[in-house]
Design a protein around this ligand. Structure first.
Ligand code: UP6
Length: 265
């Protein structure tokens, strides 16, 4: 899987959004996802504008934004269009189908209206996919949306074991809803084999380290070349830098070079 180019893999993807994202990565030459984990709407827009040209995905945690408004979403979507990146809301849905359907489509944030992609835990089983899909009105709407399923976490001491990983893969690759699965959030390439899925790997930082709350980091080169990441997720490595744009360029260059070396092998 990891030796194939993103162009080739876009042809294998079952999810329409995954296809689009693979093509976007290849044409824009970036496999960087920026995690804009700041709490003021204007700060997210500022970071998105500065880093937009260098990223394929902007990841949000919309429930940490203190001054959320519909206008903020309109502005964020305009930046996504201008700089050509997709929006990933890292909601990590984890409830019964009926509840995730409401959480995805309703409430203050109406996530399904604007997020091209979302994340979800596989803990509730297959019904998580059916629940999320139920929030999308029709088939066409469903084709423009996708989900990344978590099969591993970067947090030290997390409870995920091999059996859980294996069963998460099955949910992502078997059954009637796999056209909705864009990829897997995980830490290692053993987590799944199907090349039409995108591996999203968080916990990326140039100085390998840990934080005070259980986060474990690996370098861009390690996650892409050894761990099979297709997209590296960088939060504090960029947003806490003095110059966020410069940091985004550095991470883009290192992640992209690692990918080029991986497929050239
Ligand atoms: N994230 C992880 N690890 C996971 C899944 N998701 O760190 O296993 C998310 C976090 C955060 C981002 O919720 O938004 O990726 C990592 O941010 P950081 O680079 O600042 O640590």
């Amino acid at each position: 899987r990891t030796r194939l180019t993103y162009e080739n893999r876009s042809n294998l993807a079952k999810s329409a959004v995954a296809k689009r994202l693979f093509q976007l990565m290849a044409s824009k030459q970036t496999n960087l996802c920026l995690s804009a984990d700041v709490t003021k709407a204007d700060d997210i827009l500022d970071i998105a504008d500065k880093c937009g040209p260098y990223i394929c995905l902007l990841k949000t945690h919309i429930d940490i934004v203190e001054d959320f408004s519909e206008g903020f979403i309109t502005n964020l979507q305009a930046l996504a269009k201008r700089h050509n990146f997709l929006l990933l809301e890292d909601r990590k849905f984890a409830d019964i189908g009926n509840t995730v359907s409401l959480q995805y489509g309703k409430g203050l944030y109406k996530i399904s209206n604007w997020a091209d992609l979302v994340t979800a835990h596989t803990l509730p089983g297959r019904s998580i996919l059916q629940g999320l899909k139920a929030a999308l009105g029709n088939v066409e709407a469903g084709q423009e949306r996708g989900v990344f399923l978590l099969s591993e976490m970067s947090a030290s001491g997390n409870l995920i074991d091999d059996k859980y990983k294996e069963n998460s893969n099955k949910i992502a690759t078997e059954g009637g809803d796999i056209d909705f699965v864009a990829g897997i959030v995980c830490q290692s390439s053993n987590a799944f084999a199907f090349p039409g899925l995108i591996q999203l790997t968080p916990g990326v930082k140039i100085d390998e380290s840990v934080d005070k709350l259980g986060q474990q980091y690996q370098t861009p080169e390690l996650v892409v070349k050894e761990r099979g990441a297709d997209i590296g997720v960088v939060g504090r490595g960029i947003i806490q830098a003095n110059d966020v744009q410069k940091a985004a360029i550095t991470y883009r260059d290192r992640l992209w070079t690692a990918y080029k070396e991986r497929v050239a092998k």
